[in-house]
Ligand binder design. Structure first.
Ligand code: HEC
Length: 189
């Protein structure tokens, strides 16, 4: 019994080894490599095509963006051309230091604007060419005038400050004349 099972076992073992070798042999690998090469080429072609499409999409997007930017730029230029020059100048020069809301909320008489702009230029260091300062003043005086109460205060103060030198001169004059009047009557000491 034993002497018969051994050869059978050996044969079975050999057969299984040969079968196994056949399945995982060079033929199998070789065939697989060829298939992989075609598959790889096909996948590569798909990737290349996708890349190409992606590049085209990016190009189209960039072109559209540039067009959109140019359109907006033209719109801005047209808008600036439509707006009154004084408004643009105010925004350019006064906007360097002030928020638009602050500027738009300020109200002055023509005189008040003249003095305010002069103060900005001479005390606060605003660099505004004189002819542009004149245009800004005209624009602000027209679009942001003072209400009557403020107008009275501004012109009242201006009138007072104009009167001050006159009052001072009058006082000096009256003092001097009263001094000359008094001097002959003053007793000698
Ligand atoms: C270099 C900065 C600078 C620029 C440019 C400038 N300002 Fe001023 N502005 C100031 C400072 C600082 C003050 C606060 C001190 C003062 O009132 O003088 C002020 C205050 C003001 C005020 C509030 C006081 C008030 O009198 O009502 C107004 C309004 C004003 N500025 C308008 C203008 C206008 C209009 C322009 C453009 C013509 C202008 N500013 C440009 C610096 C600037």
């Amino acid at each position: 019994m034993r002497s018969r099972t051994l050869p059978i076992g050996l044969a079975a073992c050999l057969t299984s080894t040969v079968l196994h070798a056949e399945l995982s042999g060079d033929d199998y690998l070789g065939g697989g490599t060829i298939q992989d090469a075609t598959e790889r080429a096909r996948v590569q072609a798909v990737i290349d095509a996708e890349r190409q499409r992606e590049a085209e999409r990016a190009e189209t997007l960039a072109r559209e963006r540039a067009q959109e930017e140019a359109r907006r730029e033209a719109e801005r230029a047209a808008e600036a051309a439509r707006r009154p020059q004084g408004e643009v100048l105010t925004e350019t020069y006064c906007g360097a230091c002030h928020a638009p809301e602050m500027l738009q909320s300020a109200r002055h008489t023509g005189l008040g604007w003249t003095l305010t702009i002069a103060r900005m230029r001479w005390l606060n260091g605003a660099r505004i060419p004189p002819e542009d300062a004149g245009r800004i003043r005209a624009h602000l005086a027209r679009t942001q005038p003072a209400d009557p109460a403020r107008a009275i205060v501004e012109y009242g103060l201006a009138g007072l400050s104009a009167l001050l030198p006159v009052a001072w001169a009058l006082r000096r004059w009256s003092r001097r004349s009263s001094a000359t009047d008094r001097s002959p009557r003053e007793p000698d000491t």
